[in-house]
Design a protein. Structure first.
Length: 726
């Protein structure tokens, strides 16, 4: 499908595909690593929201206390005549507060107590009906006695229905009256109907925007319930009385943990069949000591995670789009457009226009090298055509010379074309090779072929950059591969230092030569291997005394080949390092496996001896033991067996890694395995631990095919984790 695509389109597609995979992997990692943090932040927000609602509700309840507090302060004034002065005030309070159904007062009177109660005023007269009673004493179990003894605001709920867990019908808010600082001398109270209290609470909760359900409870009784969740909106909208009075709801309320401010609950009956987790918060109202339970729906727990995922996805898509545009423009500017211009120049030169300007000859990359090679070929062809034109004027006199020169020019052009074709074939061959030694040896062969050289060697810098190491040479001189020389010596050291090529007419008399000289190294040429602007080595070619001098074209051709293979050599080095590191890791893992197998075997032998001797002591072979000693010995045996199981786990790990893990499946009684596992788990519980382990196992369990030791190991691990983290 991509056979007819341009290089630009292929590179852009490759970069976008690779970047897409990286972005997808990064997004998945980010979502996985940040999922717990996002969930924790969402829970904090929901907990704060539930706390704010509870504080607002407590403030409203505090406002209900103001009327009896005002009356209590008035009654504490000894100069006040109680009934006449309070009658008008109580009537005004009830007219201003429609939720107050009755106001009462208890005060000492003669040898007993007087109880005065004001009911709601008649609309026409605005006078509150009053009733008075006299009692000799107050029963110690009455709410009057509790309110007097508490000394503060007292809440009392009156339940009229005989049904269990029935909701209160009215609430009494009482405040003691103190004429002195020593003790309370009377009470003032107001009565609020439960329906009015519930309506006031629901009006306050109705202003919240939470996707939650709110319950206000007095003990285990529901005072008010309000809330609309998205999962319930299409069905009921509000919780029905049948749900609030059901046994499932009552059991759920009774099991609410009062010492935990928030928790995750998947079994809330308010989810109405939704099996996802709900977030539950618990708040106690300081004024009335009521409890407010807020159940936030699973939808509220998921909205933030979805928003974060959508944001990351949008950012990733925008980034990929911008990356594609940037890569397209970069490839178009650096590769596609220059190659098209060079191709157009080659066509013009081929059509005979020797004055056509060749662009990009000043660039230092491969495109620049190709442009300079084409420019050199243009100059050579222009010179050849000029001479042919000159010789054409004297065609009859210079036929022989002209034919000879044309042949030379043709041969030169053919050689250039052959060299370029060979260079292209060499590049294709070397790009696909990842083994450094094989690739370098191929490079030596191509250099000798392209330059018609007798000798070639390749030098690479060590990691510290202070020495050059011979890594490849001609086949007849392979015995010297591996020698090391200082990075400042020889033609290789010189080109590495100056980062450009050079030619030498007579290497044997050159002042910078190495102490030894190969016979073929009389004429020499060398170029550096550059990667990211830094020299990583050098390529040196030589000819014998009978060979011709290396020309500028030879150096240029060798430099072009070096620029092509430099990144390939660096990649091959990294590939070799990767293979070496992989082998070291495999060796270390093998050593670890053998060590685990050896150490577990060495530990099991003495531990089995300890267990056997302790078992002999338990049954009395070494002497009589009492019950306490036998219990201690049993605990020691179980602990030693637990240690033996841990050692067997280490051996299992080594067997799994070695591929030798086997299961022994046979019919086995389940009951002994479970009892033995429970005994071992009980030994793990500290003596004063609040954690208790209870089991209900019938003795008539059947035999089942299983590996008893593995099943016991799994059960013990599960019980151990439960004991540790409960």
């Amino acid at each position: 499908m991509t056979a007819g695509w341009s290089i630009r389109r292929r590179l852009v597609l490759l970069v976008i595909v690779i970047s897409s995979l990286i972005v997808v992997a990064t997004v998945l990692i980010i979502l996985q690593s940040s999922g717990v943090t996002i969930r924790g932040q969402q829970q904090t927000i929901l907990y704060t929201e539930g706390r704010d609602i509870a504080l607002r509700l407590d403030e409203q309840i505090q406002r209900m206390i103001e009327p009896p507090r005002l009356l209590a302060n008035m009654l504490a004034d000894p100069a006040l005549t109680p009934i006449p002065d309070l009658w008008r005030t109580a009537g005004n309070i009830m007219l201003d507060s429609p939720w107050i159904g009755r106001i009462g007062m208890l005060r000492p009177y003669r040898n007993g107590y007087q109880i005065v109660q004001f009911r709601r005023p008649f609309p026409s007269t605005k006078i509150a009906p009053m009733s008075r009673d006299y009692v000799q004493s107050i029963p110690s179990d009455s709410w009057y006695a509790r309110a007097l003894s508490e000394g503060g605001v007292h809440w009392h709920s009156v339940v009229s229905s005989p049904m269990p867990n029935a909701s209160p019908s009215r609430y009494i808010i009482a405040i003691p009256v103190s004429e002195s600082e020593s003790s309370a001398s009377g009470l003032v109270w107001i009565e609020v109907m439960a329906a009015d209290m519930r309506e006031a609470i629901q009006e306050m909760l109705a202003t919240t925007n939470s996707d939650a359900y709110h319950l206000v409870l007095d003990g285990d009784r529901v005072i008010a319930a309000f809330g609309l969740t998205r999962s319930m909106a299409d069905r009921t909208g509000f919780a029905s009385d049948a749900l609030l009075n059901s046994s499932t709801f009552s059991q759920w309320v009774a099991n609410l943990p009062s010492n935990n401010p928030s928790w995750i609950d998947a079994n809330s009956p308010l989810n109405l069949g939704d099996t996802r987790d709900s977030f539950v918060t618990y708040h106690e109202l300081p004024t009335s000591h009521w409890r407010m339970i807020s159940v936030f729906s699973p939808t509220a727990m998921q909205e933030t995670g979805i928003q974060v995922a959508l944001f990351i996805l949008i950012v990733a898509l925008v980034g990929l789009f911008l990356l594609g545009l940037a890569v397209r423009r970069a490839v178009n500017y650096l590769v596609s457009q220059p190659l098209m211009e060079i191709s157009r120049a080659a066509q013009e030169i081929g059509s005979g226009d020797m004055r056509y300007h060749i662009a990009h000859v000043s660039r230092g990359d491969e495109v620049g090298s190709l442009a300079r090679a084409l420019d050199a070929m243009q100059r050579n062809l222009a010179d050849t055509y000029g001479r042919l034109s000159l010789y054409g004027r004297t065609l009859e006199q210079r036929v022989t010379e002209r034919t000879s020169e044309l042949e030379v020019a043709r041969q030169y052009a053919q050689n250039n074309a052959t060299e370029m074709r060979t260079l292209y074939d060499a590049s294709i061959d070397l790009v696909g090779e990842y083994h450094l030694d094989v690739m370098l040896q191929k490079l030596v062969g191509y250099v000798r072929t392209l330059l018609r050289a007798d000798y070639c060697n390749v030098w690479l810098l060590n990691e510290d950059g202070r020495q050059l190491r011979l890594v490849a040479t001609t086949p007849e001189h392979r015995h010297i591969v591996g020698i090391v020389v200082p990075s400042s010596e020889g033609i290789a050291g010189r080109v590495v230092r100056i980062k450009k090529g050079m030619t030498i007419e007579n290497y044997s008399t050159w002042s910078g030569k190495i102490g030894w000289v190969m016979p073929q190294m009389y004429r020499a040429v060398g170029v550096p291997l550059l990667y990211s602007g830094n020299a990583i080595g050098a390529v040196v070619a030589g000819r014998g005394p009978m060979g011709s001098l290396f020309e500028e074209a030879d150096q240029r051709l060798l430099n072009l080949l070096a620029n092509v293979v430099s990144p390939i050599i660096r990649n091959a080095q990294l590939f070799s390092q990767l293979e070496e590191t992989k082998q070291r890791i495999e060796m270390a893992n093998d050593v670890k496996t053998r060590f685990l197998a050896s150490i577990t075997h060495e530990l099991r032998t003495p531990l089995n001896l300890v267990i056997n001797n302790m078992d002999f002591m338990r049954i009395g072979i070494f002497g009589d033991v009492n019950d306490e000693q036998r219990e201690r010995i049993d605990q020691t045996i179980r602990s030693a067996e637990g240690l033996l199981y841990l050692i067997n786990d280490l051996l299992d790990v080594s067997k799994i890694e070695a591929g030798e893990m086997q299961l022994f499946i046979q019919p086995t009684d389940v009951y002994p395995v479970l009892v033995d596992t429970l005994d071992a788990a009980l030994a793990l519980i500290p003596e004063n631990s609040p954690v208790a382990l209870m089991a209900d196992i019938p003795e008539t369990l059947p035999q089942i095919p299983m590996d008893a030791r593995r099943i016991r190991q799994v059960l013990l691990n599960l019980l151990s984790n439960a004991i540790k983290f409960t």
